[in-house]
Write a protein that binds this ligand. Structure first.
Ligand code: KG4
Ligand code: ZN
Length: 374
């Protein structure tokens, strides 16, 4: 069976055809994968403008779906179901995909499968590598999320840790913006960091370990993690971002409040080497924070593998350090190829198949949800 999948949760209009293989160890393959990126539109604004994003999805979606069918050498008659990202994401953007998917599925008499965006990121790993050794600890790191899941069996995702403030990708994007590196910031920092010294600056890394009178309830379900450790899997990146901001202000002589950028009042830029050193030092702290928690949690949970997915999993240092730690700890680490790391519809097709084969078909009443729990 072929599933047509749609993803419009943020600023990528994406469609894919994913096909069942009949092989239980490697259940799906990508027959086509089309992504129309809106980066060029949003770059001028320094970030995603929701209204511009939804309008562009409306313009692009028919062409993207057509291209996905053509690329797979199929027609709509060959499609057995439609999977679509229900949330979380920008509600106007999600609505374009959900409305399109519902209309198409209804008109063709096909089953419709609403998919959680993060289930898509997690299943990008199965799509790329086949079924992971379970239980697995899977970290989803993207522009909107930094969430750690315990996957005890296929299709079961238990949230055990999350960011208390900024997502890791958001921290990359904000730091890149204040360094004048443009949008999106992750790839730019990744590139420049290779030229910098990662010990040039010591930035703080937040560990949410001590008793806090206002602490929210632990993220993990009771009993899953050791009681004293339960709070330790959460992440925090806003302090790190502020530390970079302060450093840039100090170095450029900018006033301590107000807008800061890597240029001073006279428009003088920070030397390239210094920006590269900041990038490398920032990245070292982010990557260590992500991997420390993930590997610790994997130890507590007896995980047989570790997965890292989402846009930030494209990061070269995160990949290299994760592989090195995995080898040291004797635990296999799985990361999707770059084209499956950032937002795409193939992963939505994979998660769609997972859901289609394990639960009753969805009704028509579901709607796009900006915040959707999983
Ligand atoms: O998964 P994704 O495409 O969209 C969301 O669901 O958010 O992730 C986008 C995020 C952006 O914050 C982007 O800066 C970050 O992934 N990103 C990277 C890299 N490539 C993309 N961050 C660090 N290093 C990279 N190479
Ligand atoms: Zn994503």
């Amino acid at each position: 069976m072929h599933l047509l999948a749609l993803e419009t949760s943020c600023d990528e209009t994406a469609a894919a055809v994913v096909t069942e293989t009949g092989d239980a160890a490697r259940p799906w393959r990508v027959s086509s994968n089309i992504v129309a990126s809106q980066t060029a539109i949003h770059r001028a604004w320094g970030g995603v403008v929701p209204e511009l994003a939804s309008r562009q999805h409306v313009r692009d979606i028919c062409g993207v779906v057509d291209a996905a069918l053509t690329d797979a050498r199929l027609t709509i008659d060959d499609i057995g179901g439609v999977a679509v990202t229900q949330g979380p994401g920008l509600v106007g953007s999600l609505l374009v995909g959900v409305s399109f998917a519902k209309a198409l599925a209804w008109a063709r008499g096909l089953p419709i499968v609403p998919v959680h965006h993060l289930a898509g990121h997690i299943e990008s790993l199965t799509l790329a590598h086949g079924e992971l050794p379970l239980p697995a600890a899977v970290l989803v790191v993207s522009g909107g999320h930094t969430s750690l899941y315990h996957v005890p069996e296929p299709g079961i995702y238990q949230l055990i840790g999350r960011t208390r403030d900024d997502a890791a990708g958001e921290a990359y994007d904000k730091v890149a913006k204040l360094l004048g590196l443009g949008y999106p910031g992750g790839p730019a920092i990744d590139r420049l960091a290779r030229e910098g010294r990662d010990d040039a600056f010591s930035f703080p890394s937040a560990r949410l370990t001590h008793a806090d009178r206002n602490a929210p309830a632990p993220t993990a379900p009771p009993g899953l993690l050791p009681a004293d450790a339960a709070r330790r899997v959460d992440f925090s990146f806003s302090g790190l971002k502020t530390a970079v901001l302060r450093l840039v202000r100090e170095r450029t002589g900018a006033p301590p409040t107000g807008r800061a950028a890597a240029t001073d009042a006279a428009g003088t830029e920070l030397p390239r080497q210094e920006v590269a050193d900041i990038c490398a030092s920032f990245q070292r702290v982010v990557v260590a924070a992500l991997l420390d928690r993930t590997f610790e949690a994997a130890g507590w949970l007896g995980s047989r593998s570790i997965g890292i997915a989402g846009g930030v999993s494209a990061n070269s240092r995160l990949r290299a350090d994760a592989a090195a730690r995995g080898a040291r700890h004797g635990i296999p680490v799985f990361v999707p190829p770059i084209w499956l790391s950032t937002d795409n519809a193939a992963m939505i097709g994979a998660a769609g198949f997972r859901r289609l084969r394990s639960s009753a078909p969805a009704g028509w009443e579901f709607n796009a949800e900006a915040s959707l729990a999983m």
